[in-house]
Structures are given as structure tokens and as C-alpha cells.
Design a protein around this ligand. Structure first.
Ligand SMILES: Cc1cc2nc3c(=O)[nH]c(=O)nc-3n(C[C@H](O)[C@H](O)[C@H](O)COP(=O)(O)OP(=O)(O)OC[C@H]3O[C@@H](n4cnc5c(N)ncnc54)[C@H](O)[C@@H]3O)c2cc1C
Length: 477
């Protein structure tokens, strides 16, 4: 049996072809699944299209991080090019590049999921056990008041002046050592302190310690097929080497676009008509405002607050105090040449607040040859939600002395969800309540692809909780 040595990955030809379980995609769900299954004694193969970085070797430059840690060398667009999507491609997936904000879903999110799926366990009381389990397996901290930067202070002051409610963010982190001058914005390209609770040093590390996990990075799965005895998974490594592996069970954990693409390419659309439907992104609009003083929005804990306002929740949006590294900010600023450069010189004087829309218009993932085409647009309700959010941001900036406001015009999809919705009815879902793809015997999924709609809340903690529940189903089936 080949056992992974994290510091030395094995080439594709050295890996045996037979496993108890194959997991496709080594992101959040894939890593948590690997941990649960290996600790229960299952021999697992984890196939991941992205690279496996040693802990201290994540790209240092923003431009390298964009091109090396994401699919398509950075940003991908919907078919009308007005929503940009960031899709992680690295061992650890979203847990490497994300902001690690962890929130439980509320009644509003679960009620909508129950209505769409017909599944009763999608509720606050029934999911609380799985949330407890997930939270007990990582360190979660509220961002402390003494590390709030100028951006956070503007956010809080603006909320207070306008009578809005906000709350400190909960982040999966252990020890960011802010007093040593660390800025969390850097760990959007992989945390060098191993403070952010990314899976390579949490769940994946535990899975490796069992001796039952084999990881094959830089291997893109292209097809799956099932017979009565086994599931076959084939694809090719970055060097072009083709391989086929087999196992009794397969877990698809390649994200909303990845899972939909793989099942569509493998011909499952003829038996599952809803495949690729119901895709959501929580489009986010980053709004900048220039102040006459240094805001230094990139310093320390660069995100500290979120809106916690029932009025915003029912209006279908949330606000967060955010920022981006320089290339990201450059893309948000208007102008070209000298005028753009002058705007960039003021980067330390900008505050930034993001509107994230709880989108209602389902998109669709299709394939065209080898390519994925994402049809996704905002309907009138989504535009209303976005505008309500922008209006609140304008009030916050104006009440705190902003000189100019630069509204965000490009939607950015960081929370890619759906395409393989969970539900009772095979006519309008892809995955059944036991996390099995409809009509299959041994192909499962529990990642962001199974979301029935957009919850309007950070998704990753719920992906972990669903994965833990799914792992028990898989072990007992
Ligand atoms: C910049 C950014 C900030 C974010 N911040 C937050 C936050 O603060 N809180 C929060 O809750 N969420 C956040 N998110 C979203 C969150 O990270 C995702 O929702 C989450 O990672 C989805 O988990 P997943 O397991 O479904 O997929 P992923 O974590 O995306 O993992 C899927 C993996 O599958 C691999 N894969 C895909 N196709 C194949 C294939 N064919 N073969 C092999 N491997 C394949 C991919 O390369 C990827 O590594 C953020 C996302 C981004 C991009």
C-alpha cells in the first residue's frame, strides 16, 4: 500500500489502482471526508487537480497566487462576463485561499432549503450536532477589538450612526501573532503561520497520520462510471499521464462547478435532468471610499465585522468590511494610465465595504466540449437586493466623512454553490437525502455543489457539517 508522505508526493504511476474509497477534489469537503473515512479505517485515494504545497512554499506575490491557486489562472467569468468567479485549485481548496469566516446557518436559510429539497434534517436543531462536531475540530476565534484597523472602525462607526447592527466576525484561526505585525490579507495566498485552519494542517494532517490516505495532486479527474461491483475514475496528471482507479465508493468533492462538469462529462445528464441547474454565487460588490486620513485597510485583521442586521437579512444582502491586495484593488478602481496610477497612490486612504447578495436567480452549468459554460445573471429581485445594499454602504461612508465613493460594478462570486442540489425528488435535485447521486449505488457528494439555493451566509462551516453527516451515511451504507 502506498502511504502519502506529505513532503514527497507520489507520481501517478506509483499509486495502486484499487481503494476502498476515492475522493475527487481535495478542498474543504474532500479533506474533511478523507479525515472521517480514514479514521474509520477506510483506505482512501484523494485526487486533486491543484498543487500540493509544502507549508512554507505558497506563492508570495499576489499575481503568482492568483495564477497558481485558482482554475484558469485566476478569475473565470459567466457567459455574459458580468460576474467573475474565483474557483480554488490547490490541495486544501478554498481553505487555502479563503478568509476562513465560519457561520452557522439560521432558520431563514434552512427553511428555504427544506422547502426546495423536502428534506427535514436541514434545520437548525437537526444540524446543530454536526455544527458542534465541526467546530470542535478546529480553533475558532472572534477577531479581538485591539486588532481592528481603520476600515473596521469606519464600518462600526457608520453602522452605529445609521442605527444598523453589526457583529465581530468568527474566524477559523489559532494564533495570527498580530503583535508581530502580521497582516491576515497575506494568507489569502496560503497562511504561512499555520494559524488559519486550512485543511493541510488540520483534517488532512490527521488523515495522513492514519497511514490510510494516498494523495495524488495535479491530477484532474475527467470521467467516472459505475458497474454493479465498483466505480471507475479516470483522468490525467499534469504531465499528461492517464490513469484509471477503482473503488467500491466514490465521493465527489470537486465543488459546484467541478462536480457538475464531471457528472455532465460522464453522461449523467441523461438520467439526472436537474444536473447543472440551480447554481448560485452570492455575487459580491466591493465599494471603495476615499478618506482624508490613512485608513490602512490592509493591515492586521483586515476583516473584523459583518452586518448582523435583521433588516438587511430580510432585504437579502449582507455587508462585510473587506479589502483586497493591490492587484485586486487596481481592478476595482476606474480610470486608465496616469489617472489610475494616481488613484492607486491613495490605496492606504481607501475604506472598503462589500455587499454580498443572497441571489435568487438560479444559474446553469453546462459543458461545451472540454469547457464549462456558466449561465448566471441577476434578476430584478437580485438587482433590488444589490441596490439596497449599495444604499446602506453609501449612508455608512457619507456619515463617516468619506470624500468620494467608488461603487463596485463587477460582481465577484466567491461562494460557488449548487449544480447538484440535494433533495427528495429526482426531478428537481441530483443528490438524495443519503448524499448519494440519484440512480447510482455508490457515488456520493456533500460539498458546495449540493446546496439547494443561496443561503446568504458564509458556506464553509455548513459544508464541513454536511460532510461529517455524509461520512456517517457512507460508512454505514
Ligand atoms: C477568496 C475567497 C474567500 C472566501 N472566504 C470565505 C469565508 O470567509 N467563509 C466561507 O464560508 N467561505 C468562503 N469562501 C468560499 C469557500 O471557500 C467555498 O465555499 C468552499 O471552499 C467550497 O468548498 P468545497 O469543498 O465545495 O470546494 P473547494 O474547497 O473549492 O474544493 C474543491 C477542490 O476540487 C478540486 N477539483 C475540481 N475539479 C476537479 C477534478 N476534475 N479533478 C480533481 N480535482 C478537482 C479543485 O481544484 C478544488 O481544490 C471564500 C472563497 C474564496 C475564493
Amino acid at each position: 500500500m502506498t502511504q502519502l508522505n506529505p513532503s514527497k508526493d507520489h507520481p501517478a504511476h506509483e499509486i495502486p489502482s484499487d481503494f476502498d474509497v476515492i475522493i475527487v477534489g481535495g478542498g474543504i469537503s474532500g479533506s474533511w471526508m478523507a479525515d472521517e473515512l480514514t479514521r474509520a479505517g477506510r483506505r482512501c485515494l484523494l485526487l486533486e487537480a491543484g498543487k500540493h504545497y509544502p507549508d512554507d512554499a505558497y506563492p508570495h506575490e499576489e499575481i503568482d497566487a492568483n495564477s497558481e491557486l485558482y482554475w484558469s489562472g485566476g478569475i473565470e467569468f459567466n457567459s455574459t462576463a458580468d460576474i467573475g468567479m474565483l474557483r480554488p485549485k490547490v490541495v486544501g481548496g478554498g481553505s487555502i485561499v479563503n478568509q476562513a469566516l465560519v457561520d452557522r446557518f439560521d432558520d431563514i436559510a434552512f427553511e428555504s432549503w427544506r422547502n426546495r429539497s423536502g428534506i427535514s434534517f436541514l434545520s437548525v436543531p437537526e444540524m446543530s450536532h454536526w455544527y458542534d462536531q465541526a467546530e470542535s475540530q478546529m480553533s475558532i476565534q472572534k477577531i479581538p477589538a485591539h486588532v481592528r484597523n481603520g476600515n473596521a472602525k469606519i464600518f462600526e462607526e457608520g453602522f452605529r450612526k445609521n442605527g444598523y447592527q453589526c457583529a465581530p466576525l468568527r474566524r477559523a484561526q489559532k494564533d495570527c501573532r498580530y503583535e508581530e505585525g502580521n497582516d491576515c490579507i497575506e494568507c489569502l495566498a496560503g497562511c504561512r503561520l499555520q494559524s488559519k485552519q486550512s485543511t493541510p494542517w488540520t483534517t488532512l494532517k490527521r488523515a495522513f497520520e492514519t497511514g490510510l490516505l494516498t494523495l495524488l495532486p495535479e491530477f484532474e479527474v475527467q470521467k467516472i462510471s459505475e458497474s454493479s461491483q465498483e466505480v471507475r475514475v479516470s483522468g490525467k496528471s499534469v504531465s499528461g499521464m492517464k490513469r484509471e482507479f477503482k473503488s467500491r465508493k466514490v465521493v465527489l468533492a470537486s465543488g459546484a462547478i467541478g462536480n457538475s462538469k464531471l457528472l455532465l462529462s460522464s453522461g449523467y445528464n441523461s438520467q439526472i435532468p436537474f444536473l447543472g441547474h440551480g447554481f448560485y454565487t452570492h455575487p459580491q460588490y466591493m465599494n471603495l471610499a476615499e478618506y482624508s486620513f490613512e485608513v490602512n485597510a490592509h493591515k492586521s485583521a483586515f476583516q473584523a465585522f459583518k452586518s448582523d442586521d435583521s433588516g438587511f437579512r430580510s432585504a437579502g444582502f449582507k455587508l462585510e468590511n473587506v479589502f483586497a491586495p493591490p492587484v485586486g484593488i487596481a481592478m476595482l478602481l476606474p480610470g486608465v494610465g496616469r489617472s489610475h496610477m494616481e488613484s492607486m497612490r491613495k490605496i492606504t486612504r481607501y475604506a472598503c465595504i462589500e455587499v454580498a447578495v443572497r441571489d435568487t436567480n438560479p444559474g446553469r452549468i453546462r459543458i461545451k466540449g472540454d469547457r464549462v459554460v456558466v449561465e448566471k445573471s441577476l434578476n430584478a429581485e437580485d438587482i433590488k437586493r444589490k441596490n439596497a445594499g449599495l444604499e446602506a454602504v453609501r449612508k455608512i461612508f457619507n456619515s463617516t466623512g468619506a470624500k468620494t465613493i467608488i461603487p463596485g460594478n463587477v460582481g465577484i462570486g466567491l461562494h460557488l454553490m449548487g449544480g447538484c442540489a440535494i433533495g427528495n425528488d429526482p426531478k428537481n435535485s441530483v443528490v438524495n437525502p443519503n448524499f448519494k447521486i440519484h440512480g447510482t449505488k455508490n457515488i456520493f457528494a456533500a460539498d458546495s455543489s449540493i446546496f439547494p439555493d443561496a443561503p446568504g451566509i458564509n458556506p464553509s462551516l455548513t459544508i464541513m457539517a454536511l460532510t461529517l453527516r455524509a461520512a456517517q451515511e457512507i460508512l454505514s451504507s
